[in-house]
Design a protein around this ligand. Sequence first.
Ligand SMILES: C[S@@+](CC[C@H](N)C(=O)[O-])C[C@H]1O[C@@H](n2cnc3c(N)ncnc32)[C@H](O)[C@@H]1O
Length: 156
Amino acid sequence: MEIGTGAGVSGIHLLRGMRRDGVLTTVDTEPDRQQLAREAYREAGFAANRSRFICGSALDVLPRLTDGGYDLVFCDADRREYLDYLDEAMRLLRPGGVVCFEGAFGRGRALDAAHHDDEALRLRELMRVVRDSPHLAPVLLPTDDGLLCAVRALGT
Ligand SMILES: C[S@@+](CC[C@H](N)C(=O)[O-])C[C@H]1O[C@@H](n2cnc3c(N)ncnc32)[C@H](O)[C@@H]1O
């Protein structure tokens, strides 16, 4: 499950890492971007039945998806909504599944207490919530703009 299809760069990587019968569900508000991603997946060699595109706002779409039906939720859309995506991911993921947040550093602003803009504050809160949750085992990877990942603990 991907939130933020964009032009399909991350989707191709997700598809490459999946089982051959795995299906990527990907959500974006922009139909034109999803069309670019659809073409990119095809050019990368993935059959059309390996992906499901849903056009809409994440917070409208996610509540309609199946509980426990996903192995991984990759978030790369509106960083100010990441805490809401986390709530949805906890419901969507099977136990042992993984939630990932691209851009957790907020272009460095989330790591610098001098910044108090909405996005920086919300990303800091996200990192606190993930760190303190008894239901998550997190890791923060120092990729370009930070990749926060967490496993949904078994038995939760
Ligand atoms: C950084 S881009 C995603 C890039 C993509 N993951 C890739 O690697 O090509 C962010 C995307 O999130 C989408 N987006 C922003 N807010 C959204 C929302 N509330 N719901 C769904 N998609 C949203 C934008 O339209 C944009 O395509």
